[in-house]
Design a protein around this ligand. Structure first.
Ligand SMILES: [Zn+2]
Ligand SMILES: [Zn+2]
Length: 183
């Protein structure tokens, strides 16, 4: 897919977006890019009017692991922003970046957010690109990986995938497939 320079640029945009995160628990950014055009960006934030907090225990919805606090995820913010502007994002790629407290780019966690994966799929996102921890999908080092949105959604629902991660990754897992490493 992208050349190194395009990839670098896409992640710079996603990381810049993450700097606007208002979440006290994690700093995430997303950039939606279609035909080399930046369509929308987002960070994890609380919507105007919502309780201005992301304390985990504030939500009653404890059984729903992806909705434990008041923030909207960066991916959702970017998708909804595009749609609010009536932009068709069919076929677009979503780049997701996570920062530590110091603003350094760190690998994305486990791909388990079914809320974002479903929304992205329904909104027409074609591919996801994330910076993944070494060993997650048989990658030797932390690396950028691309996923088809259908497969990404499937992975997010796979308990077996979570178990593979807990066991330190499994590079021969037959149930999980990526579109490979992106350079
Ligand atoms: Zn939060
Ligand atoms: Zn999410």
């Amino acid at each position: 897919m992208a050349t190194s320079r395009k990839l670098e640029r896409a992640f710079q945009i996603a990381m810049d977006a993450a700097l606007k995160s208002s979440c006290t628990r994690s700093r995430c950014g997303a950039a939606i890019i279609l035909n080399d055009i930046i369509i929308a960006t987002g960070a994890n934030i609380t919507p105007d009017g919502a309780p201005p907090t992301c304390i985990k225990d504030i939500s009653r919805n404890k059984k729903y692991s992806t909705d434990e606090h008041c923030c909207i995820h960066a991916e959702q913010v970017a998708i909804i922003r595009a749609l609010r502007h009536r932009i068709d994002i069919s076929g677009a790629t979503l780049f997701f970046a996570r920062l530590d407290r110091e603003g350094n780019h760190i690998p994305a966690g486990e791909l388990k957010c079914t809320t974002c994966s479903k929304l992205a799929l329904f909104a027409g996102i074609k591919n996801w690109v994330l910076y993944m921890r070494a060993g997650t999908f048989g990658n030797d080092e932390n690396t950028y990986m691309e996923f088809d949105a259908v497969e990404y959604n499937r992975i997010s629902f796979l308990k077996v995938y979570s178990e593979a991660i807990e066991n330190g990754g499994n590079n021969q897992h037959p149930h999980v497939k990526t579109k490979g490493i992106v350079k």
